[in-house]
Design a protein. Structure first.
Length: 276
């Protein structure tokens, strides 16, 4: 299993796309676990419609239920596909409690799988230049998508909000901005990231801390690739998506509703998603 961890707009989807094709060409059977594919069934269900997104941001109940489902889904996937020719590739944003349950050490059937050396969490770390390019690409794709699934991508303002939230988390975790990040702040205070310029060093340190219980690889992205005419959702192979069933969605939303004393208790946990 290989999970690409990181913020939206950091190149995760392209890495998933390329790894899937490389592995598929070598004879592997590809399965995908992606936040933007697993989330919509939760929001569209009768139970989930009680928790609609607000300004493009998924409701905390949906985020928590989807995270619980992901652990169950990984355990079932492993049971059904013991042949090592099967490869599960995932996207795990983590920020704001999006699949962050996969970073937690829990006493369940998924834990031995997630902690095994055959399971890797890859942190894609774009340079400031690449991050600006990815944001501009998201702006263009939001207005003129190449694939219907691009409409499920986080809109550009959410990308910037998520980074600002993550930069604030760095302070709570005791992670200081790097010299490069402080320099970028002086030079581009009104740049693509607004008053909080993207800092690759801080970004990497936060995700390494969240993933301290997992096997981690770092992929530094410092080259802008010619992807203007490529959609990361167009596959020459035919990967199989892990998607929750209606019964699973209803059960897990009820489980989340019963687990917390009220919305405020869940919100407090979601706000401190980085504590694993």
């Amino acid at each position: 299993m290989v999970f690409f961890a990181g913020l939206p707009g950091t190149g995760k989807s392209l890495l998933v796309h390329q790894l899937a094709h490389l592995a598929g060409a070598s004879g592997r059977r590809i399965h995908l676990l992606q936040w933007d594919v697993a989330r919509p069934p939760f929001e569209a269900s009768p139970a989930g419609r009680r928790y609609p997104p607000a300004d493009g941001v998924t409701h905390p109940v949906i985020r928590k239920a989807a995270g619980l489902w992901a652990r169950h889904a990984i355990a079932r996937w492993s049971e059904r596909h013991p042949d090592p020719r099967h490869l599960l590739i995932g996207e795990t944003p983590f920020v704001g409690n999006r699949f962050v349950e996969l970073a937690h050490r829990l006493d369940d059937s998924a834990e031995p799988l997630l902690g095994d050396p055959s399971c890797r969490f890859v942190i894609a770390v774009p340079s400031e230049k690449v991050r600006r390019f990815l944001e501009s690409q998201r702006e263009r794709r939001a207005a003129d998508p190449l694939h219907p699934r691009e409409r499920e991508d986080a809109p550009p303002h959410v990308l910037r909000d998520l980074w600002r939230d993550l930069a604030a988390v760095a302070g709570q975790m005791g992670i200081a901005r790097s010299d490069a990040g402080r320099g970028a702040g002086r030079e581009s205070a009104s740049g693509a990231d607004g008053p909080t310029p993207f800092d690759p060093v801080v970004y990497r340190r936060i995700y390494e801390a969240v993933l301290r219980h997992r096997n981690v690889e770092i992929v530094a992205l410092d080259t802008i690739l010619p992807t203007e005419k490529l959609s990361v959702y167009d596959f020459a192979i035919a990967p199989l998506d892990l998607v929750p069933s209606e019964a699973e969605v209803e059960q897990l939303i009820r489980e989340v509703e019963g687990r917390y004393a009220g919305p405020a208790a869940l919100e407090r946990e979601i706000t401190r998603w980085w504590e694993v």
